[in-house]
Design a binder for this molecule. Structure first.
Ligand code: NAP
Ligand code: HSE
Length: 435
């Protein structure tokens, strides 16, 4: 345990937006609690953002200002950098790399940076015996990194399924509850500070993918490999999909999953998925995130909490700063980075289970007769089928629920169906997750 006569821990903040200012507020408002629990004062000595004159609603007058955030990495009055700017490239990349090389600890909320450069940065941190912490980067306020790395560290993990993007979950649940359109709900999520600077990362599934590869590295000891991940977002869903899913007793959630297959490969995919209403994941609403982790001795553990926004994200950032204040330093991905394996990965093509398939078709005789042989030829069996008309003479939605099928077979069948003259547009395909 640290003693009270230790020197203050000196923190620099790079980025003073939702997350950076949230972290600053905790450091100010809970200073005495943090000191009591870590045995050290934690002080902010320097800051950087794009615009020095912006009113950020807090008094930053006592902090030194740097126009270039990378300069924070070379200051003598800084022990820890909190990187809260975002983006996988510069200035975040050079700031974090330089800070670690200069033997400064780094706490970051930046999952994109780690999904692309995590291994390189972890090696630098290990070489210099400093921490690179990222609890805030995955699932906001939920301590999922510590849960997998430490709490469940004795287990072999076999499955990991989660709602990892607060913006998408907020959009899906608000659309379902209020019937408001996609664009309006996305705008609300941006105003609430949930969305990424580029919200296509949220709605296109990329943000969930960044988080998933970090959790996979921790859970399975495999190299974070974003480039080989199957990623689909929610931007092609319609309100009618949410309604039809409900008729099948399901809700639609954007799920990131990483599971160990019998052949030893780790299947990683992000996809909008049907989840039975009986599953706890179906009841993770609004900006909440929820994650199931299955381990060989612990069984199934489920955690839920706020996955985005100022308070929860800053709470995770400061928890990491407190670990550093206490002198704790865990391997970034649970094992030394040199031991991470380039394990062969499996993708959505390898996923097996039931599927929801929505087709937009001309409403005329013979359409089902055209579709059925293609399904048969790819050994896809229909469990049930719904046709929804809009109004006469307009195309109609046909939704097919399949029996158990393999991802590559249903995808090949959908490609064939898409070529039929009676089928308009690309079929929408979603796995049905039985968890
Ligand atoms: P934000 O509100 O847009 O804030 C970004 C901050 O970084 C701003 O203060 C901005 O300066 C500064 N910045 C951006 N580019 C810069 C540059 N080139 N040089 C100097 N400063 C720069 O973003 P945020 O929501 O706080 O997100 C920050 C990070 O946290 C991202 O990696 C994000 O993925 C992650 N994260 C966010 C949440 C969330 O709920 N928001 C949750 C978990 C993780 P100005 O203010 O002067 O423009
Ligand atoms: N944009 C992210 C989300 C922020 O909506 O979940 C939290 O990582």
């Amino acid at each position: 345990m640290a003693t009270l006569d230790q020197k203050p821990l000196r923190v620099a903040l790079a980025g003073l937006g939702t997350v950076g200012i949230g972290a600053y507020k905790i450091l100010m408002q809970n200073a005495s609690v943090l000191e009591e629990r870590t045995g050290r004062q934690i002080v902010v000595t320097a800051i950087s953002a794009r615009n020095q004159s912006k009113d950020r609603g807090v008094d930053l007058a006592q902090c030194a200002w740097e126009d270039n955030p990378v300069n924070l990495a070379s200051r003598d009055d800084v022990d820890v950098i909190i990187e809260a700017m975002g983006g996988e490239n510069d200035p975040a990349y050079t700031l974090v790399k330089t800070a670690l090389e200069n033997k400064k600890h780094v706490v970051t909320a930046n999952k994109a940076l780690l999904a692309y450069h995590g291994v390189e940065l972890a090696e630098i941190a290990e070489r210099n015996n400093v921490s690179l912490c990222y609890e805030a980067a995955v699932a906001g306020g939920i301590p999922i990194i510590k849960m997998i790395r430490e709490g469940l560290g004795a287990n072999r993990i076999s499955g990991l399924y989660g709602i990892m993007n607060g913006t998408c979950n907020y959009i899906l649940t608000t659309m379902e509850r209020t019937g408001e359109d996609f664009a309006k709900v996305l705008k609300d999520a941006q105003e609430l500070g949930y969305a990424e600077a580029d919200p296509t990362l949220d709605i296109g599934g990329g943000d969930s993918g960044h988080k998933l590869v970090l959790l996979s590295a921790l859970a399975y000891g495999c190299l974070p490999d974003f480039k080989n991940l199957s990623v689909e977002g929610i931007d092609h869903l319609e309100a009618e999909d949410i309604e039809i899913a409900a008729e099948f007793g399901c809700r639609i959630k954007l799920i990131g999953q990483a599971t160990k297959l019998e052949d030893g490969r780790v299947l990683q995919m992000v996809a909008p998925s049907l989840v039975p209403k009986t599953s706890p994941l179906a009841h993770v609403d609004g900006v909440l995130n929820g994650i199931f982790v299955q381990g060989d001795f612990v069984g199934s553990s489920f955690v839920e909490g706020r996955g985005a926004g100022e308070g929860p994200t800053a709470s995770a950032i400061i928890a990491d700063v407190m670990e550093i204040a206490k002198g704790h330093c865990a391997p970034v991905f649970g094992v030394p980075s040199g031991k991470l394996e380039k394990a062969p990965t499996a993708t959505a093509q390898d996923w097996r289970g039931e599927f929801y398939v929505r087709l937009v078709v001309e409403d005329r005789p013979g359409v089902i007769a055209d579709i059925a042989p293609i399904l048969r030829d790819h050994t896809i069996s229909i469990e049930s089928l719904i046709q929804r008309g809009r109004s006469e003479k307009e195309p109609v939605n046909i939704v097919i629920m399949t029996h158990d099928a393999k991802g590559e077979d249903i995808r090949a069948a959908c490609a064939g169906i898409a070529d039929l003259p009676c089928v308009l547009g690309k079929p929408l395909l979603m796995p049905v997750l039985k968890i």
